[in-house]
Design a binder for this molecule. Structure first.
Ligand code: 3PG
Ligand code: MG
Length: 413
């Protein structure tokens, strides 16, 4: 069921409590990648341009219920103010007097950002409660969750979830707050709607051929995604260290490369189910150790014990480029090699460039967040893809076909 968007909801003179995912990488107070903030602006503007009073809330990092000054959202409020070219107020706490005063002081079209939600242990208490013997919160834990939900809900006439990157977390600001506010007062942000459109609808009925490119270190992290995508795709290209587990399952020696020996049966099983849809690397760029600029050797077939594969080789790149060139829809999740350490970035960069070229000729290209989004960003190709997800764990879980309670609870269109 389609969800009601913030742009279809009356906001004039109403206090809109918007959950955003401003969990951005920081070096000191400098934001090194502001995509999550930039991509939230459409919804932010939709509220303030129509005379709403906007209260933004987010987490940053994992402070685990402690006030950690280095994880304050204040630098983010300053950055947001520059992007919007207007003042953005900041409240020192997300609940209590400081937050309530800040919310009450808002005029039409004003914005305040509340301090890091995770400075309160209640925000993520549900994760801890899941470890209880019955996997449920105790009465005491539930009371703490309810108190925090009540404190946050007080700021709101209307709730909006625009935090796609956090939709796989059933945290208080994501679930209990909209639950408390009730039907008619909980809507979906435009960034979440966009992510649902690309990761959901586009993959449900993709233009063909549909190719997925999966990488990363471990097969075990991607089993769910592979299993969910196999019936939908025409081809899955596999790179990254997880390729060595698949190759080993087929009898090719991985040498000293990362290989999940306890997952060989699983890899063999997936290959069998894939009926030829899975394509593995034909060659690897290997070295004795992982270091920038080390001597490398391209190996096809068995890898010697003294060598480790850190990237896909040139023959593989060529084969993958061909599949990408022929595809109408391409989904990419996970790097092809250790792209943080050149020269082992070559395979990943080649895939990023091939996807940019595919986008130019009209293919739909979807980047599934996390490391692959970082690689596209590093290659300067942010603008060259159809969609780059702002989710890391969230887009992975979404691509596994999981439904999110945090989205289900929002009002239908
Ligand atoms: C993320 O970056 O994955 C989201 O912001 C969620 O953060 P978390 O993984 O710490 O819950
Ligand atoms: Mg995460």
């Amino acid at each position: 069921m389609a969800k009601k968007g913030i742009n279809e909801t009356a906001v004039e003179n109403r206090r809109v409590l918007m959950r955003v995912d401003f969990n951005v990488p920081l070096v000191g107070k400098r934001i090194t990648d502001d995509r999550r903030i930039v991509l939230s602006l459409e919804s932010v503007r939709s509220v303030i341009d129509r005379g709403g009073k906007l209260i933004l809330m987010s987490h940053l990092g994992r402070p685990k219920g402690q006030v950690r000054p280095e994880l304050s959202l204040r630098p983010v409020s300053e950055h947001l103010s520059r992007l919007l070219e207007r003042p953005v107020a900041f409240a020192e706490d997300c609940v209590g007097v400081a937050a309530e005063r800040a919310a009450e002081a808002l005029g039409h079209g004003n914005v305040v950002l509340l301090e890091n939600l995770r400075f309160h242990a209640a925000e993520t208490l549900i994760d801890k409660a899941k470890k209880n013997p019955d996997h449920k919160p105790t009465a005491e834990q539930q009371a703490e969750i309810d108190r925090f939900a009540e404190g946050l809900s007080r700021h709101a006439d209307l709730y909006c979830n625009n935090a796609f990157g956090t939709c796989h977390r059933k945290h208080v600001s994501m679930y209990d707050v909209p639950k408390r506010l009730g039907p008619g007062r909980r809507v979906c942000g435009l960034l979440v709607l966009k992510e649902l459109r690309f990761l959901g609808d586009a993959l449900r009925d993709p233009a063909r051929p549909f190719a997925a490119i999966l990488g990363g270190a471990k097969v075990s992290d991607k089993i769910g995604v592979i299993a969910h995508l196999l019936p939908k795709v025409d081809t899955i290209l596999i790179g990254g260290a997880m390729a060595y587990t698949f190759l080993a399952a087929k009898g090719t020696a991985p040498g000293g490369s990362l290989c999940e020996r306890d997952r060989l049966d699983l890899a063999a099983d997936l290959l069998k189910k894939a009926e030829g849809k899975i394509r593995l690397p034909a060659d690897s760029v290997c070295a004795q150790t992982l270091a920038p600029g080390v001597a490398t050797r391209v190996v096809s077939g068995d890898i010697d014990d003294g060598l480790k594969g850190f990237d896909v080789g040139p023959q593989t790149v060529q084969a993958f480029e061909q599949v990408i060139a022929d595809a109408a829809t391409i989904l990419w999740n996970g790097p092809m090699g250790v792209f943080e350490t050149p020269p082992f970035d070559a395979g990943t960069l080649a895939v990023a460039r091939a996807l940019a070229e595919a986008t130019r000729r009209g293919a739909t290209t979807i980047i599934g967040g996390g490391d692959s989004a970082a690689a596209v960003h590093a290659a300067g190709l942010d603008q060259a893809m159809t969609h780059i997800s702002t989710g890391g764990g969230a887009s992975l879980e979404f691509l596994e076909g999981k439904a999110f309670d945090t989205i289900d609870i929002l009002d239908d269109a």
